[in-house]
Design a protein around this ligand. Structure first.
Ligand code: TZP
Ligand code: MG
Length: 213
């Protein structure tokens, strides 16, 4: 996979809270049909073995759509499943260590909510930044919001692409226009919906309006 920032346009992060009796594989394929451009497997309770098995199954789907698969938090799972990359929060492995383990070609996303952290992650070899929470969210209990001004400043300060995350939905997405972001990441405004395919289509159209090419 040859990464370009266009892969970040509509970033789907999975959440078993919203399975509603469906499988994750089904939900992810609906999202992909609707226009999702990158998928992150976010699993907080699985063993390494189960996480790897799931990643291998989902990778077979994302590969058919030429969409990168990112593993949340866990570099070991990313290596064992040959996923396209990882996303690391502030409590996870350092970006520099992950870069050493994963090599130059894998995607490494890093969470940042200050300019200092953004620049540090960039210098350690991050591929992109996840910045938020932008709007109020109940999906991540400890997520504090940052201002749109700070999001804009981080985009200006760094050379790597920025994905906005946190509380983003069809009603507020266009507020992100002109800030310099390369994509929007969503959980509940996609996976909590009854029709994930339709939700992805709508979010995809709106994302096109706000991203900086
Ligand atoms: N990181 C910052 S906010 C957030 C994460 C993982 C949750 C985003 O979920 P939602 O449902 O799109 O607000
Ligand atoms: Mg994390």
């Amino acid at each position: 996979m040859n990464f370009t920032k266009s892969y970040l346009k509509l970033y789907a992060v999975t959440d078993r809270t919203w399975l509603k009796g469906q499988t994750l594989a089904f939900q992810i394929e609906e999202a992909l049909k609707g226009g999702v451009t990158i998928v992150q497997l976010r699993e907080k309770g699985l063993s390494t073995k189960a996480f790897v098995q799931e990643a291998l199954a989902i990778k077979a789907i994302t590969t058919r759509y030429n969409v990168p698969l990112i593993i949340n938090d866990n570099v070991e799972v990313a290596l064992l499943s040959d996923a396209d990359g990882v996303h690391l929060g502030l409590d996870d492995m350092s970006v520099s260590k992950a870069r050493t383990l994963l090599g130059p070609d894998k995607i490494i996303g890093a969470s940042a909510r200050t300019i200092e952290r953004a620049l540090e992650a960039e210098s350690e070899g991050a591929t992109y930044l996840g910045v938020g929470a932008i709007f109020g969210t109940t999906t991540k209990q400890d997520a504090k919001t940052i201002t749109l001004d700070l999001l804009h400043s981080i985009c200006l300060a760094t050379a790597i692409p920025v994905v906005a995350i946190g509380g983003i939905n069809e009603a507020n997405l266009l507020q992100l226009k002109g800030l310099g972001i390369s994509g929007v990441a969503v959980i509940s405004s996609l996976f909590a919906k009854t029709d994930i395919y339709v939700a992805a289509q709508a979010l995809s159209k709106l994302s096109q309006e706000v991203i900086q090419i």
